[in-house]
Design a protein around this ligand. Structure first.
Ligand SMILES: [Fe+2]
Length: 192
């Protein structure tokens, strides 16, 4: 069993590792992770623990980085009414679950053919309410942004790899541009 204090988190890590061991096709694998993250986001002890996490801009808490499968589990705390930039996660997969509070997610489609460096035209595809317990899959290269609605909110991310080593797009919708140099947030190791 994974060595964590919160039982639901320890079993979550064990279950994600077991899922990796099954070697499923990509989409089925991430659907499986989504189901497991739904269970974790329903856990009251996990939610209680997250209330002590710092709400500071520009950081992501490191809850787990798997030594065998390379996946990364992070914590994102949004200050009230914080609106993230529109961005993508490059080639990586992310499952994003709201553990506490209420968020709204926006998903965009890229309309240009990416032939002009630095240019990007996006269209809003969907806007969804993401209350506590809501879990989304963010596939590679999908532009999106999350907003905190109302009070402080906390999300758990499960990423196919640790962020920071690859460049992500950051889009400016009005200017129709992208800056593909963003390296993710500052990572803060946090005991669970
Ligand atoms: Fe994101």
């Amino acid at each position: 069993m994974a060595d964590y204090t919160i039982p639901a988190f320890a079993s979550f890590i064990d279950d994600v590792r077991a899922l990796y061991a099954e070697n499923l096709p990509e989409t089925a694998h991430w659907e499986g992770v989504r189901g497991l993250l739904k269970t974790l986001c329903a856990d009251a002890a996990m939610r209680d623990a997250s209330r002590a996490w710092p709400a500071k801009r520009g950081i992501e808490l490191v809850l787990h980085h798997d030594p065998d499968y390379g996946f990364f589990v992070g914590g994102l705390i949004r200050q009230p009414h914080h609106r993230a930039n529109v961005h993508d996660h490059a080639h990586t997969w992310t499952v994003y679950g709201v553990l506490d509070g209420e968020e709204r997610t926006h998903v965009y489609k890229r309309l240009d053919d990416e032939s002009v460096p630095g240019k990007a035209t996006l269209e809003l595809l969907a806007r969804n309410d993401a209350p506590t317990g809501h879990v989304d899959i963010v596939p590679p290269w999908m532009p999106h942004s999350e907003w905190g609605m109302g009070e402080r909110s906390v999300a758990i991310t499960v990423r196919s790899e640790r962020p920071g080593s690859y460049a992500q797009n950051r889009f400016d919708l009005e200017a129709g541009t992208t800056n593909a140099t963003h390296r993710g947030l500052e990572l803060i190791p946090t005991p669970v």
